[in-house]
Design a protein around this ligand. Structure first.
Ligand SMILES: Nc1ccn([C@H]2C[C@H](O)[C@@H](COP(=O)(O)OP(=O)(O)OP(=O)(O)O)O2)c(=O)n1
Length: 182
């Protein structure tokens, strides 16, 4: 099964250090279930339902307040911190060549480092959005709606071209609606 996500625990499968709840919680699961539980079947991967973006915003706000760090956490500084963390995230993939979905062959410590860097990026992103007064959960829905209009599935299915290339090809995805070409 390729060992996508580390060793089996006595009560179930381990996903990056945490046990999986639910029907896969047994060592005797068949291979498909085991792959699903370890996240090796990409379509079966799910995030936990909590914490929400708002929960994380609150936790980081508390962390910052308790250290009297709001004096440092202005938008520009948060953006620079975010970019720094993106750099650290990039380092994990640097010189690796193409990396397959599920990261087969990555060690537990590499996966842990990845989860740390992704989390740092998210934490700074959410605080940046807060300090810029962007309601990110709503903003992301609105942006995804724009994306869907810009890239109609029927038009672009199977192609990774930028929408401007479709416009050049005959304009089917272009729009004069404000913000649609953002
Ligand atoms: N002024 C700061 C410093 C840290 N953090 C929080 C947000 C990030 O999640 C994490 C960043 O901490 P570090 O700057 O120590 O960076 P790393 O955790 O990436 O450590 P390293 O750079 O050693 O890998 O801590 C923060 O909110 N504000």
């Amino acid at each position: 099964m390729g060992g996508c996500r580390g060793p089996v625990l006595s009560g179930g499968w381990r996903i990056w250090g945490r046990a999986v709840e639910g029907p896969h919680n047994s060592v005797g699961a068949d291979t498909t279930e085991a792959l699903t539980a370890t996240g090796c079947l990409p379509s079966e991967f799910r995030f936990s339902s909590s914490p929400t973006m708002e929960n994380i915003r609150q936790l980081q706000a508390q962390f910052t307040r308790e250290r009297d760090w709001n004096r440092f956490h202005q938008p520009r500084n948060l953006l620079l911190a975010l970019v720094g963390e993106v750099g650290e995230l990039s380092e994990l993939f640097q010189w690796q060549g193409e990396v397959a979905e599920g990261l087969p062959g990555w060690s537990e410590s590499q996966r842990e480092a990845l989860s740390h860097e992704l989390s740092d990026v998210l934490i700074y992103l959410l605080e940046l959005a807060e300090k810029c007064r962007v309601d990110l959960p709503q903003a992301v829905l609105a942006k995804m709606e724009l994306n869907a209009k810009k890239y109609p599935a029927s038009r672009v299915h199977g192609s990774a071209k930028k929408y401007t290339e479709y416009n050049a090809d005959n304009g089917a995805c272009s729009s004069t609606e404000p913000g649609l070409n953002a």
